[in-house]
Design a protein around this ligand. Structure first.
Ligand code: URA
Length: 238
């Protein structure tokens, strides 16, 4: 990423607000390559400079990626005055520029990628890229074979065109639990698709997005950093 101001570097890494870190800098608590630096505008090379705060190394992380198992009852936004957001759940975050990649409804659970990588987010969300998204659904009534096929071929959800082809797999003999893979991401898309065939989604959970699969060890509300392999694969196929 090249060079950034020392105060931004420290604030980005969660040492405090810009005003707070400026005070720390002026007090001489920060060194760069073993020399005390007292000017907040001093330019840091994030690749090569070694920054210490009170003698402790502060490494610069440019891009961060979390996988969250979104619980019901929180909204997919960065901040909100009234409602709890998915960002409120990431308690160890250092950076202030994180955002969720796409939206899950307030009552939807499951995989949500949270990052500050705008380019990856764009590639995953761009309608033309048709990234696969897999969901688990529990339905109000059994899904008939006709309706299952209709969903796979495309249904009218009130947009200009029918939905794009999807895949729907029933999971139980009652035929009220299914997995569905879609390649679009319209507002309330899954709920509207089942509504279009006279059914209703009573529980919805996202299981995967592109190559990224929800970690089964994460309970709703829990999160972890992506592994380097997960990040690499996501970038490859996005
Ligand atoms: N489709 C929906 O209807 N809701 C979601 O949260 C995601 C996909």
């Amino acid at each position: 990423m090249g060079k950034i101001r020392l105060d931004k570097y420290l604030a980005d890494m969660g040492l405090g607000t810009r005003t707070e870190v400026k005070k720390d800098i002026k007090k001489g608590r920060i060194s760069v390559n073993e020399e005390i630096v007292k000017s907040p505008e001093y330019k840091i090379d994030t690749q090569t400079d070694i920054v210490l705060a009170d003698g402790k190394e502060i490494a610069y992380e440019e891009l961060v990626y979390y996988m969250l198992n979104k619980p019901q009852g929180v909204i997919s936004a960065t901040e909100d005055r009234r409602e709890k957001t998915v960002l409120d759940l990431i308690s160890d975050k250092k950076r202030k520029d994180l955002f969720p990649v796409g939206r899950l409804d307030k009552d939807t659970e499951g995989l949500l990628l949270i990052t500050n990588d705008g380019e990856l987010a764009h590639n995953l969300l761009a309608p033309k890229k048709h990234v696969d998204k897999k969901y688990f659904v529990r339905l109000k009534t059994a899904l008939s074979e006709d309706n299952r096929k209709q969903l796979e071929e495309g249904v009218d959800i009130g947009e200009d065109k029918l939905t794009m082809p999807s895949q729907v797999f029933l999971l139980n003999k009652e035929k009220d639990e299914a997995e569905i893979i879609i390649r679009e991401g319209k507002f309330h898309q899954i709920k509207r698709m089942f509504h279009a065939v006279g059914n209703e989604v009573i529980f919805l959970k996202r299981l995967s997005m592109g190559s990224l699969v929800l970690d089964e060890n994460l309970l709703p509300g829990e999160y972890r950093l992506l592994t380097p392999e997960e990040i690499e694969r996501l970038k490859e196929n996005a």
